[in-house]
Design a protein around this ligand. Structure first.
Ligand code: SAM
Length: 293
């Protein structure tokens, strides 16, 4: 597949994923929904965030984008997870947590070079589509070059303000990125907003170990690079407050993977549940630091 093909309507099975994706973009999005020459839809102004951190600058770099999937990510995962999961194992875990086989609209927030978006897209059928959004031109150009698929569409947008209506997606994820996003809780709120009733969300991000020395060392390193370290409760706690259920947290090295479901019925926050005297949502935490395939 050439780099622009996924933006063209001429797919053999009649799927026109870019036009489906355009139909999902909110009317108020002010920029053109045409594909750029680099093969993605660009909904952001050219200038990146003011005063980016070291880590944010790296994600805008063409060099990092070019070596991210083959080199940067495997090294990062091995270092952060101690005995890290292989990328294949991570993709399988993500697909299972998001019930990808049954999904029709998948959103991969901060998709980088599309390493998860294309994995999901290949598992979809019919008029289902996987949309990867990121704010880095370099990452999205790389995604269009190396992770194109007839059901994958890449959009330049900001995780703080997703350009989609409420309840648009039945699977939403954000991997290895929340710790780089300046307002992570605002971004999580957006992800939950665009999640459909009954849909699944999965996040992988940093985890600050409970021992004091490890925590302090991590905080120092994170400060230098401009990344954030989340404690054990931050993500599951936010999910519970937002009224999500079946919250499942896996801790591994200094990473955490948290999945949850939005209830199918009317959406009620935890505060509303408390007022109604209902049970708080069930939460499960598992730790696995051993070697993994
Ligand atoms: C480490 S990469 C993760 C890529 C991929 N999700 C993965 O798991 O390998 C982090 C990505 O987050 C993106 N990012 C950071 N802040 C963002 C924001 N506010 N909106 C959208 N993307 C953002 C960066 O451009 C970068 O591509």
């Amino acid at each position: 597949m050439t780099e622009r093909q996924f933006c063209s309507p001429a797919e053999p099975d009649g799927v026109w994923s870019a036009s489906i994706a355009r139909g999902l973009i909110r009317e108020c999005a002010t920029y053109s929904t045409d594909c750029t020459d680099a093969g993605f839809i660009d909904l952001l102004p050219p200038a990146p965030a003011a005063r980016p951190t070291l880590a944010q600058r790296a994600m805008q770099s063409k060099t990092v984008a070019a070596c991210y999937e083959r080199l940067w990510r495997p090294v990062e995962v091995a270092a952060l997870s101690l005995h890290g999961l292989s990328e294949t194992a991570e993709q399988e875990r993500a697909g299972a947590a998001l019930r990808i086989a049954a999904a029709t609209r998948v959103l991969d927030v901060a998709c980088g070079p599309g390493n998860f978006t294309s994995h999901f897209a290949r598992r979809l059928s019919g008029e289902s589509v996987a949309i990867g959004i990121d704010n880095s031109v370099a990452m999205l150009a790389q995604a269009a070059r190396t992770n194109a698929d007839r059901r994958a569409v890449y959009i330049r947008a900001d995780a703080h303000e997703l350009p989609f209506d409420d309840g648009t997606f039945d699977a939403v994820c954000c991997f290895a990125a929340l710790y780089l996003i300046p307002e992570p809780i605002a971004a999580l709120r957006e992800m939950i907003r665009v999640l459909a009733p009954g849909g699944w969300i999965a996040i992988s991000t940093s985890y600050g170990r409970e021992t004091r020395i490890a925590r302090q060392a991590l905080r120092l390193g994170a400060k230098v690079c401009g990344v954030r370290i989340f404690d054990r409760d931050a993500i599951p706690g936010h999910f519970a407050e937002a009224g999500l259920v079946e919250i499942d947290q896996q801790l591994r090295g200094i990473t955490q993977f948290v999945a949850a479901r939005r209830p199918a019925g009317p959406h009620r926050t935890r505060a509303a549940l408390r007022t109604a005297g209902a049970e708080p949502p069930a939460r499960r935490t598992r730790r696995s630091d051993g070697p993994h395939p």
